[in-house]
Design a protein around this ligand. Structure first.
Ligand SMILES: Nc1nc(=O)c2c([nH]1)NC[C@@H]1CN(c3ccc(C(=O)N[C@@H](CCC(=O)O)C(=O)O)cc3)C=[N+]21
Length: 295
């Protein structure tokens, strides 16, 4: 039976570290980091996430600014809000909740955020900085996965890592981070031939495909570390259930360590958002960055 990597407990420790650093900034520098979250539309799942982000931001001692815009907000209005936040010295981090309604061009919107305040790490400048090994804002979900992997293994050097999924939000930046830690990295996806064989070569297997319970035990190398990024709401036995991209029952019988859903990567994503906001505030003020909370 695999060791279960407790993302919920890990995230609580990350938030404690963030809170301690924030308290010091306040005392020694009179600085309070601020995070602005922009939500366009009334998607109920998004409202839950945005609520959780705001609550945890305040709990670690930072300022939270929520901007809720109606679903029919036009591009000019959204861009002018972002411009205002870009120029507001009290705002160190800006997150525009995705997905945006279809009439808005999310690439254009994301790339209008000041890269130094782009705590999601989605701006093309941050993507380029990460890809060239320079100081970037790193996407929260892959950063959280990296922290859990480093904590479990110490060094990742020389390990075979397979990332299933090639999204800009998780798969690609996850691969960059693993490469940065000297893994041998493979990115697999829906067109990969013999996915089972590819996955079975992985010492570290990261599932970020968005398909419920797709990665089964027969695809896992005995003793491997399995990181499940998926969050899928499914109907089972007449009830709504949250499951990952990994079939936990079969995979946990083979893996050496595994993250559960819920309570794995999800809580780490929000904790890393807070860590990134702190990092952005430190950089903006020429102060030392928090240790252990960056890539
Ligand atoms: N610009 C942007 N940045 C994001 O980081 C972003 C986004 N847009 N849009 C939506 C997704 C989704 N997301 C989650 C964060 C935490 C949990 C989380 O904490 N999940 C809990 C369970 C939550 C539940 O029960 O529903 C868990 O896995 O244990 C889930 C999902 C961030 N997102």
């Amino acid at each position: 039976m695999a060791k279960i990597i407790d993302g919920k407990a890990f995230a609580a420790r990350v938030r404690e570290q963030v809170a301690a650093h924030v308290a010091r900034l306040k005392e020694e520098n009179g600085l309070v980091p601020g995070l602005a979250v922009v939500l366009v539309g009334e998607d109920p799942a998004s409202q839950v996430y945005v609520g959780a982000k705001g609550k945890q931001t305040v709990e670690v001692g930072m300022n939270s600014y929520e901007h809720k815009l109606s679903a029919d907000t036009d591009e000019a209005t959204l861009l002018s809000l972002i411009d205002k936040l870009n120029n507001d010295p009290a705002v160190h981090g800006i997150l525009v909740q995705l997905p945006l309604p279809g009439h808005l061009d999310s690439d254009l919107v994301i790339n209008s955020i000041n890269p130094a305040k782009d705590v999601d790490g989605f701006h093309i400048s941050n993507v380029g900085l990460l890809g060239t090994g320079q100081k970037a804002m790193v996407p929260c979900t892959p950063l959280g996965c990296l922290m859990m992997l480093r904590d479990h293994h110490g060094s990742l050097s020389g390990m075979n890592a397979v990332v299933v999924g090639r999204s800009n939000i998780v798969g690609k930046p996850m691969a960059q981070l693993l490469l940065g830690d000297s893994c041998t990295v493979t990115i697999a996806h829906s067109r990969t031939k013999d996915l089972t064989a590819v996955c079975r070569g992985a010492d570290i297997l990261v599932a970020a495909v968005g398909r419920p319970e797709m990665i089964t035990g027969d695809m896992v190398k005995p003793g491997a570390t399995v990181i499940d990024v998926g969050i899928n709401r499914i109907e089972r036995d007449g009830k709504t259930k949250l499951v990952g991209d990994v079939d936990f029952a079969s995979a946990s019988a083979v893996a050496g360590a595994i993250t559960p859903v819920p309570g794995g990567v999800g809580p780490m994503t929000i904790a890393c958002l807070l860590a990134n906001t702190l990092t952005a505030a430190c950089r903006a003020n020429g102060l030392a960055e928090p240790k252990g909370l960056t890539a």
